[in-house]
Design a protein around this ligand. Sequence first.
Ligand SMILES: Cc1cc2nc3c(=O)[nH]c(=O)nc-3n(C[C@H](O)[C@H](O)[C@H](O)COP(=O)(O)OP(=O)(O)OC[C@H]3O[C@@H](n4cnc5c(N)ncnc54)[C@H](O)[C@@H]3O)c2cc1C
Length: 390
Amino acid sequence: MLNIAIIGAGIGGLTAAIALREKGHRVNVYEQTSELRAIGAGFGVLPNAMHLLATVGLDEGVQRIGYSAGTSIVRDWAGNRLPVENWPQKPSPLGSTYAVHRGEFQQLLVSKLPAEALHLGKKAVKVHQLDDSARVDFGDGTSITADLVIGADGIRTAVQEAVGVEVRPTGEGIMAYRALVPIEKLSWALEDQRLAIWFGPQRTFLCYLVSSGKVMNVVGYVPSDRDAAESWSAPGALDELRNQFEGWEPRVLETIDAAESTFKWGIFDRPSLPRWSTRSITLLGDAAHAMVPHLGQGANQAMEDAFALATILDGADPGSLPELLKVYEGVRIDRTSLVQRVSREAGRLYRDFGNDDMTKKAEAISDLITRNHIAGYDAIAEAAAALARR
Ligand SMILES: Cc1cc2nc3c(=O)[nH]c(=O)nc-3n(C[C@H](O)[C@H](O)[C@H](O)COP(=O)(O)OP(=O)(O)OC[C@H]3O[C@@H](n4cnc5c(N)ncnc54)[C@H](O)[C@@H]3O)c2cc1C
């Protein structure tokens, strides 16, 4: 049994806490915010994460709070249907995709943990490797020690430094406007609840339902010559969003006009890290491998990390930890580097969208995802195989 401290109560940190507790470890989660508020918007729990959540009985909860759109409908900016089926990915043997609101999903994860395991208002400022354990210093002047400290503290990670690695974000020349709109305000969505995407010159408009099908999650990707903040709450102006999609078909404009607010999301890339761990400290999720959002895999990769780590640490004690962390980072660096690279390639295809060959481009994105087996990966089986090979 290990005494484990997780820094960050985001998607990866909470999933790791659930998966590691299932293996009998003592786990505490330390989160900088004093309240877990539903900031942000939606994302898809894709088949590669959905089947992992099922192993800890979370699949029903995801189905309840989420929405499974089944198929999708792909159009060009003028509203013409493009003959692209099953976009963006072909059905996976691992199951279906459920789109969720991040805040509701976070609450679902919290509900699986005992209240005493979650410590709010604890901002980690420094993590130290000791002889055979690690110490975390918090901004409030307190400290804790643990056999293992997991940095699940997102894109602005404080734990990465303790591992002796650092990556700098690079702008992608694009940004996204995000909005949430109640479905009853959208006549087109009341008639057709499938995921809908419109491709136009250098811009993409994406809509899918979250919150049990009650709310439309709206994303408008646009070029940006100045770097928008890498933030989940930076306010945007609705008239700016409308100008970006001026002249697009009525469904797009109806959606923008129905939004009461929008926020801006700067999109940044990062190279892969060469290593994630010391003897008693490791990384997980965006702290280890933040990626561009074009495959929708960021949260899903954090959940893969969580279940892979729990599989590898099943039955672990402090003595076996350094070797097991090497197995974890070995299997996960390979996988997440691939997903980072394919996300980057998909981003290039998105940015190149011109007025012609839109069907070909949309198909190329779909093929890229399917060819690289992104949503068909079984993180538990792969982690168990890596453990057996050691
Ligand atoms: C508020 C918020 C809203 C988001 N909304 C969306 C969305 O709508 N759609 C989408 O696709 N992705 C969203 N994301 C990003 C998405 O959750 C992540 O890209 C992905 O889930 C990977 O999860 P993660 O656990 O690695 O990081 P995150 O989910 O980002 O979680 C990191 C957590 O660590 C905490 N933290 C950071 N630094 C410290 C510290 N020093 N000490 C203690 N705690 C710390 C953060 O407050 C956060 O709770 C959002 C992230 C945040 C933080």
